[in-house]
Write a new protein. Structure first.
Length: 257
């Protein structure tokens, strides 16, 4: 167990600076975009709901860019073990079980993703406060809605993916992020071990992910309720289980070296 903690600490320390920079951008960038969107706001302007303003101002696109950057950095961190001193050989000869090497890197990336999602939620909270403070000065605060941030999370399909409001949504979001994490790592390991057939289940996972995301972003019959998320969630978790199992097999055999 001590070896796992040491490896986890090493893996996370290598990506900590990049994660913090991405989180800083995730928090600050939406404030700049929202400020631009409400700069010319007057009492005669059309006042969008906060969740609609958040989308129209480009904040969602900015978050997706930072999220893609995090995924790209993770891929780079895996390939970095094959560059220069080729530390992959050192990792595979450490006096620990080889699956420890796999789980330490996967958990380090999961922690980085969790921190980025937390930064995104903080960004939404700060952004709402910024917009509310601007509206407060218009017509003596008559445009300010009570519980506006809570209602924004209830009404926004995008925000409910990040912060689900019910059990099915929580299971769906968890399966989505777990599949992305394990799928990216698995795809890299398949490429390194030349097991190119492994891209077939990865492609199947992408198809299911696209279906789930499109379904989650489509407005439901009434706020926060989707009735058919359980089956895709179970399918995604099953694919994630296969990704982890086969990844561990590849590492145990030394096929990735």
């Amino acid at each position: 167990m001590k070896g796992f903690y040491r490896l986890l600490n090493y893996e996370f320390s290598t990506m900590l600076r990049a994660v913090l920079l991405l989180c800083l951008g995730t928090i600050i960038s939406p404030l700049l975009f929202l400020n631009t969107a409400i700069r010319d706001l007057t009492i005669y302007s059309v006042h969008e709901r906060f969740e609609d303003l958040y989308v129209s101002s480009g904040c969602v696109i900015v978050f997706l860019i930072y999220l893609a950057a995090l995924f790209a950095f993770f891929v780079k961190s895996v390939y970095a073990n094959y560059w220069g001193s080729k530390s992959i050989y050192t990792l595979l000869t450490l006096p620990v079980r080889r699956e420890t090497v796999y789980f330490s890197k996967l958990l380090a990336f999961a922690i980085g993703l969790t921190i980025l999602l937390a930064a995104q939620i903080l960004s939404v909270w700060l952004g709402y406060g910024w917009v509310a403070s601007k509206l407060k000065h218009l017509n003596e605060g008559q445009f300010l809605m009570a519980n506006g941030l809570f209602l924004a999370f209830i009404r926004s399909e995008f925000l409910r993916i990040i912060l689900p409001m019910n059990i099915s949504g929580l299971l769906s979001s968890a399966s989505l992020w777990i599949t992305v994490l394990t799928g990216i790592y698995y795809a890299v390991l398949c490429e390194r071990s030349k097991r190119y057939w492994g891209f077939v289940p990865v492609a199947a996972a992408i198809v299911v992910l696209i279906y789930v995301i499109n379904h989650r972003l489509a407005p439901p019959a009434y706020y926060g309720v989707h009735h058919d998320l359980y089956l895709p969630s179970i399918l995604l978790l099953s694919l994630s289980g296969f990704f982890m199992w086969h990844s561990i097999r590849l590492i145990q055999k030394g096929a990735i070296a």
